[in-house]
Write a protein that binds this ligand. Sequence first.
Ligand code: DQA
Length: 147
Amino acid sequence: MRILVINGPNLNMLGKREPEIYGTTTLLEIEKALFEYSKTFSGVELKFFQSNLEGEIVEKIQNALGVFDGILINPAAYTHTSVAIADAIKAVNLPAVEIHLSNIQSREDFRKNSFTASACIGQIAGFGKDSYLAALFCLVKHLEKQK
Ligand code: DQA
């Protein structure tokens, strides 16, 4: 099964960015950890994409149709603003899991609402790098049930 991993704005700055909230792990280290973890499942292939631009993320999701079986997405700040990304996930109708490094429910009020979560099959937040690994586990289990 082919899984597209999308990271939104400012996540390319992980490692340097607000380490007290997001830790010191870089995006490349997260992607490597996901890649290693993906080998523990049979036949799972990952492709990674990061963009700071909403339209690019929308296009990537649209182009996933017929190519990928599922999506892991940390929409970052677009979580709280983007009807367009939510609509794109609904449009392709691929199972997607929303990921956050931080626990968005325990932060500022504006982070508590997610526009994108309602388009996803679930959301995992608050476990740093492990949020990504847990999301991969859950998506693979979901896709296996669909077979
Ligand atoms: C984030 C949480 C968002 O509120 C924030 O804008 C981010 C990162 C997280 O992974 O914890 O950029 O998605």
